[in-house]
Design a protein around this ligand. Sequence first.
Ligand code: HSE
Length: 293
Amino acid sequence: MAKAEAPATVANLGPGFDVFGLAIDGYHDTVKAEEDEGVRIVTDDPVPTDPRRNTAGLVALEMTRKFDLPGVTIEIEKGVPTGGLGSSAASAVAAALAIDKEFGLGLEEPELLRLAAEGERAAAGEPHYDNVAPSLLGGFVVWRSPEHHAKLTPPPDLRLITATPTHVKVPTRKAREALRRQPPDLPDVVENLSAVALMVHAAHEGDAETFARMMNVDRISEPVRKRFIPGYDELKEKALEAGALAFTVSGAGPTVVAACLKEDAEDVEETLREATDERWLIKTHRPDTEGAR
Ligand code: HSE
């Protein structure tokens, strides 16, 4: 039996739609893989046990087919909340890694990424990598393709406070369709591009303040998707007042994320707790630089 853990991730980070992703500590999924006949999923968590409808199951089906394996039973323990924190990606990454180890496949990183991204089809209808890549690699990932991507070190003083409304469901597929119906204008693209470039520079400089401030610039995704999140504008105003430098949608939502310097994290977390009710999961995270293990 082989066991792997993969961290939660915040995709987009404001302006970097489908390009940026950051691994965070505090939430992770665990997958155990054991050789068996056929593909079977075992879990105590409320996720589909039909392998074709489960991100980790899709990875297992693809790996058994591709590498002619007899089959595998995968046991999934969810630690990443659903809805904007790369929950499906974490399961897919942990499954790919656990199966790789169980069968001694010795797969290289681009292949593991491709396999894990296949699992994302179950959630988004298309493979995309901005959660999968940082969950596997850790750190701040700038994504273009399995061959061309970069793992950068996020500024160590950066803190992210996530707030997940457990009572709100926004399927990734729906959140992506909404964007297609409302594409950005050229000035919007320029705004996002400039912020994206500065965030990459800030990561190289270890400049948490600029990194966080630029996370607040998004004219592509936030204006369209915030309407799916109850009380979004009010939460944003309060978080910024409490010291956050950015407040934006995490991935496709409905989780929201505030970014701040480490000395302001407690105030921002407290403010978000007071502004929400017990249906919201609130947590402060440091960047995770290690990725799946
Ligand atoms: N970049 C993707 C999106 C992330 O925003 O749709 C989905 O988790």
